[in-house]
Design a protein. Structure first.
Lengths: 491, 535, 166
């Protein structure tokens, strides 16, 4: 792909990220185009786009995954570049190639980089081969005879699990190598029992792991910088809920090391455009997990602390422009937190919710990246994320306070959200102390439960509802004033 | 309208003694009502629970609009009958508010003898239906009855106002266009089957509700057919096959919710328009009624003091204040409704009778409901008064009372004796409602007087046999007569026999009247018309 | 009989009464005067006599949404007949509802088919998880309400079995 200049960008995405990308595209004076499925007609992204082109599919999601259709419509509309956002086609190397083949610029990394990092085993081997840290492991299949010895060399704590496994079944954590062989046999018999397959896999077990990731940018001229880290340990159902930068869990030395490793990996991969290197971190150790070759959902926290517009950088890089600054020019100022507002019911195991958005008032003076507006209807068709609230403060305490206030001020009625859960989470003492890991939410089930209503609050909401419900009000009006005044008198 | 100026000294010894006495009477009333309503042998409560039935009082509360009043009738019916086996005569009746509408509710109390109908149960149900007819009030029957109490069938079956009258009244109410709903929560057997069948609407609970002329045992005895309750008269059979009932319900609560929705679908009657303004609480505390009523009912007191503690703002416009002063007449308001009040301040003389007859006609002409506050020992007797035509003047009062078209309400405050009862709209004169206060009584003459008359006969007979009786011997004859007479003229006896619509705690009088007046206005008021007044 | 209103799916009972100058709320033993002033944009102030409580309200038929003090509340009214019919069991055993919103990914049974208790009636996908919806009892399928690829909301009726009433 040859870098080339362009003046129009088609966003092959929807929701908040489409709005986010269009904002920068338009701010840079370019034409912002959008493809949309009928389910998104009337969405803020469609309203915002200079040009919106309808796409169709068996399901709405299928439409956004239909590379051929999107490229055909983009070409027909005269789009010069396509930004894939995240999800959908963003990490599809074939799509990136097809975009280029159609004479348009793919705003993202090279298809080679996408392919390399898209294959988890290849990516791991690539990183390990270049001397970067990956979690030590042993695969029984590689050489069954030496498996016990290789597992012993991985060291403790050690996780043994069936190769065919899932759902935690047959998993054994070994903290004392003296019982290693006994535990291997147990894991094997459980694997046979549950999966009919006794082959095993061993890897270093990270206690209370934290999810740390590093934003990187690489240009077409070989310059790679990192934009420091983001901590994304607050997760539920393996999805991130709260992200922040800087991480409260790293020492300055650890931060410097992990960021350098990330930049090193990107450099080794000859990485171009924006990407994110993800690590698992625990007990002072960190290991490479994977690299995401796209813009991340949580990119705004990096933007807030560095002052760099990542979408603008993506577009500049895609045009072939050099970064124009070096690592020393990237500085972190203050602390940023992003909370994700999901259409979900935390008390029902975070199951998604649906409904019309009857009232929508984002907090004032706060960055809210949102894909919905009053009148939008939340359906089960798409991911349940509605909006992201991004706050910046001089320090973490201030950022937390601002996030809580922003959530409290955020009016979104008609579809249940996790706003209450997020507020409880932000007030959790361990969170405030920065002491968390990817299992924290699961360990604190009370955060997911709505607190019992106190009587005063109950009276207030019931009173308002009673006055607004036609049948309730009619029943009141049916009673004569005299009988109402007598109350529940009995002789 | 001027406020009555009370002259009662609430700090006086007499007031305090009266107050203690009358509060005691009110507490006794409350205690007896509480027992009738809620005290049941555990086995009866267990039986209801086993049958998956709600306690009848809970059914009633679930049916009513919350936060609205219920005026219950004859709570102590049968309190002196059947050895006390049928508290409240095994029935609950009253006026309540359902879906905003005033309705008469009749409920079998299945916690008492399975809701069996005693003679007084029948009388209480007939009276509830009479109230519905007279006031054009929709009616709701909560049916759960084992049927007539066979041992006493001669007192409840054949006569004009016995059980058949229930079904006749239901039919008449329907004919008048007043809607009626039966909720079948238990068995409706034999005659009881007609209650839902004659109702315009009926709901029946699956599993516990059943309607049949003869239950499975009777069917087996009569024809040899063996059949289950559900097959014979269950909810599904009647709502899908026979059409005897309209709505099947999954539970009692569901049935009562349906009942409320059905009542809500009825178009409320246009009420008769009478003079009415915003209500005002009495200026004088109604609690002071206890201190005004004397401990001995023969002690005289000013009935204006009672009026001042019942009517709006204690305001009273007195008519003919200087004439016929033993009968106080005048206008006041209760819950904003203008009423004409007649209250006894002594025996009825010629002038007071004429004044009353005249005042009744005035009220009838200007559509003002009448309130009779009874405290009457009778018409004056003696040669002088007969010569002045006391019987003729009394007849005028009775003619006016009988003929008045406006609704009449009667409270026996302190006693109602002799022909005074007729002049003051006693039960026979069809006041829409009649209540008694706990210390009142009613009989053809006062107890002392009656005991004297009755014992005099006996004493004279013995004297004719040549015996002279000592004071003690006379007392031995007289005292049992007096005791028995007092018993039978007491408010508790009267209410046991359903001669009234119940005993009221005096402080409840204003609310009870407010309910009654409002209810009475569901019926139109005929133009005034009377029989011949003997002039 | 009181009104049935749930707050965030927790059942509550209340009654609204009138007073000479407005309305009175009855909840348990609490009796409080209530008045609601509504502005055009949904911003409202509830007056309880003692307090003026600002809130944002949105009305969606028999469902009222309230944003108050940083929390969103969903209050849903159920008429008494429906409430008590459901409480008594009613025809609930005939109806299979969606435990969460999602999309149909397999539909192994059709109307008229016999099913045993525990048989899979429909397979849904929600949150990238497949869930097989099982028959609550043995019976005959009356209707399958959604076809492959269709989306539905939580509590949507997915499948109805023929009633066993007769």
């Amino acid at each position: 792909m040859t870098p080339q200049s362009f003046t129009s960008v088609l966003v092959a995405n929807r929701g908040e990220i489409a709005v986010r990308i269009l904002r920068t595209v338009q701010a840079l004076g370019m034409e912002g185009m959008l493809v949309y499925h009928a389910a998104d007609a009337g969405s803020p992204a469609v309203r915002m786009a200079d040009r919106a082109i309808e796409i169709t599919g068996i399901t709405p999601v299928a439409a956004y995954l239909d590379a051929a259709q999107i490229i055909a419509k983009a070409s027909a509309a005269g789009a010069q570049a396509i930004h894939p956002g995240y999800g959908f086609l963003s990490e599809n190397a074939e799509f990136a190639k097809a975009v280029a083949a159609a004479g348009m610029v793919f705003v993202g990394p090279t298809p080679d980089a996408i392919e390399l990092m898209g294959d988890k085993v290849r990516a791991r081997n690539f990183v390990e081969a270049r001397g970067f840290p990956v979690a030590p492991s042993a695969i029984e299949d590689d050489d069954p005879d030496s498996f016990v010895d290789r597992a012993r060399r991985v060291g403790t704590p050690l996780l043994i699990k069936p190769s065919a496994g899932g759902g935690g079944k047959g998993m054994r954590i070994v903290r004392d190598l003296a019982v290693l062989e006994a535990e291997i046999e147990r894991a094997r018999s459980e694997g046979l029992r549950y999966f009919g397959d006794g082959r095993l896999y061993a890897e270093r077990y990270v206690e209370k792991p934290r999810h740390i990731e590093v934003q990187v940018l690489g240009d077409a001229h070989g310059t790679v910088v990192h934009l420091f880290e983001r901590e994304c340990s607050i997760q539920r159902r393996f999805q991130k809920v709260v992200e922040e930068s800087p991480s409260p869990g790293l020492t300055p030395e650890e931060r410097a090391r992990i960021c350098d490793v990330a930049a090193g990996i990107a450099r080794a991969a000859n990485y171009r455009n924006a990407g994110t290197v993800e690590f698992i971190y625990g007990a002072g150790e960190f290991y490479f997990l994977e690299m995401n070759t796209r813009l991340q959902v949580e990119h705004p926290v990096t933007e807030e602390v560095t002052g760099i517009d990542l979408v603008a950088e993506q577009l500049r890089i895609a045009m072939g422009a050099p970064l124009g600054y070096g690592q020393d020019d990237v500085r972190v100022r203050g602390h940023a937190i992003e909370v994700r507002l999901y259409a979900e019911d935390s008390a029902r195991d975070f199951s998604p919710t649906t409904g019309p958005i009857l009232a929508y008032r984002p907090p004032q003076g706060i960055r809210v990246d949102s894909g919905v507006a009053q009148g939008s209807v939340v359906t089960a068709s798409f991911d349940p994320m509605l909006a992201k609230v991004i706050v910046h403060g001089d320090n973490r305490e201030q950022a937390i306070e601002r996030a809580k206030q922003a959530l409290a001020d955020f009016v979104l009625l008609g579809c249940k959200t996790n706003a209450g859960f997020l507020q409880r989470l932000l007030a959790d003492p361990d969170f405030v102390a920065g002491d968390m890991h990817t299992g924290s939410i699961a360990e604190k089930p009370w955060l997911a439960q709505e607190p019992a209503l106190d009587e005063q609050r109950m009276i207030e909401v019931l009173g308002a509802a009673a006055l607004l419900l036609v049948p309730v009000r009619n029943a009141a009006d049916a009673v004569s004033l005299q009988h109402a005044a007598m109350g529940a008198w009995r002789n | 309208m001027a406020r009555i100026l009370s002259t009662i000294d609430t700090s006086s010894e007499i007031f305090r003694a009266n107050s203690a006495h009358n509060k005691g009477l009110a507490e006794e009333l409350r205690g007896r009502q509480q027992a009738v309503r809620h005290e049941r042998p555990q086995r009866d409560l267990d039986r209801l629970a086993r049958q998956n039935k709600m306690y009848p009082r809970d059914r009633l509360e679930a049916l009513l609009d919350p936060g609205t009043p219920f005026l219950e009738f004859s709570t102590l019916a049968a309190n002196m009958a059947y050895d006390g086996d049928a508290p409240g005569a095994g029935q609950i009746s009253g006026i309540g508010i359902v879906a905003g509408q005033e309705v008469v509710i009749h409920a079998d109390d299945s916690s008492i003898k399975g809701g069996a109908w005693y003679p007084l149960s029948v009388k209480k149900i007939v009276r509830a239906l009479d109230i519905a007819i007279e006031n054009r009030l929709p009616m709701i029957h909560l049916c759960d009855s084992a049927g007539g109490y066979l041992q006493l069938q001669r007192e409840l079956f054949a006569d004009r106002y016995y059980a058949g009258r229930i079904f006749r009244n239901q039919s008449i109410l329907s004919k008048m266009g007043v809607p009626q709903l039966a909720v079948v929560l238990g068995h409706c057997t034999a005659g009881g089957a007609y209650i839902p069948a004659l109702s315009d609407y009926s709901v029946i609970v699956r599993g516990t509700g059943a309607i049949f002329l003869g239950g499975p045992p009777l069917v087996k005895a009569a024809t040899g057919e063996i059949v289950t309750v559900e097959e014979l008269g269950g909810a599904d059979m009647h709502t899908t096959v026979s059409g005897t009932a309209d709505y099947p319900a999954a539970s009692e609560a569901h049935a009562l919710a349906l009942a409320r929705e059905i009542v809500g679908s009825w178009t409320p009657a246009e009420k008769t328009v009478v003079d009415r303004i915003a209500p005002e609480a009495p200026h004088y505390d109604p609690e002071e009624l206890y201190g005004i009523l004397p401990r001995d009912s023969r002690t005289a007191f000013d009935m204006r003091e009672l009026i001042a503690r019942i009517v709006d703002g204690s305001r009273f416009h007195e008519y003919q204040p200087a004439y016929g002063t033993t009968l106080i007449c005048g206008y006041a308001r209760i819950w904003g409704y203008k009423v004409g009040i007649l209250a006894n301040n002594g025996v009825l003389f010629n002038d007071s009778s004429l004044k009353g007859a005249h005042f009744i006609q005035l009220c009838d002409k200007n559509r003002t409901p009448l309130l009779f506050l009874q405290n009457i020992t009778g018409f004056m007797v003696g040669k002088e008064y007969e010569r002045r035509g006391i019987s003729k003047d009394g007849a005028k009062l009775i003619m006016a009372v009988s003929g008045a078209s406006v609704p009449k309400f009667t409270i026996n405050c302190n006693g109602a004796f002799g022909a005074g009862v007729y002049g003051m709209s006693g039960r026979a004169f069809d006041p829409r409602f009649l209540f008694s206060w706990p210390g009142s009584g009613t009989s053809v003459m006062g107890a002392e007087q009656a005991a004297n008359v009755l014992s005099e006969v006996k004493i004279r007979q013995l004297e004719r046999e040549g015996r002279t009786l000592s004071e003690a011997e006379i007392a031995a004859i007289r005292d049992p007569v007096l005791e028995n007479y007092k018993h039978e003229q007491s408010a508790y006896y009267a209410t046991s026999e359903i001669w009234d619509d119940g005993i009221l705690d005096p402080v409840d009088t204003r609310n009870a009247l407010g309910m009654c007046i409002s209810a009475s206005l569901n019926a139109p008021i005929d133009p005034p018309h009377y029989g011949v007044f003997r002039l | 009989m009181q009104h049935h209103i749930s707050i965030n799916d927790v059942p509550h009972r209340l009654w609204l009464g009138r007073s000479a100058d407005g309305y009175v709320l009855h909840v348990g033993d609490v009796v409080a005067p209530v008045a609601l002033r509504r502005d055009a944009d949904g911003q409202s102030v509830l007056d309880t006599g003692e307090r003026q409580v600002p809130m944002v309200v949105a009305v969606d038929g028999d469902v009222i949404h309230i944003h108050l003090d940083g929390e969103a509340y969903r209050l849903a009214y159920t008429d008494a007949v429906t409430f008590h019919a459901a409480a008594a069991g009613g025809a609930a055993g005939d109806i299979v509802r969606a435990p969460m919103p999602g999309v149909v990914i397999a539909s192994p049974v059709a109307a008229g088919e016999d099913v045993a208790a525990g048989d899979t009636l429909i397979v849904i996908e929600s949150m990238k998880l497949e869930t097989a919806i099982k028959s609550p009892r043995a019976g005959i399928v009356e209707t399958v309400f959604f076809t492959l690829g269709q989306t539905f909301d939580r509590d949507a009726i997915l499948v109805k079995l023929v009633s066993e009433g007769e």
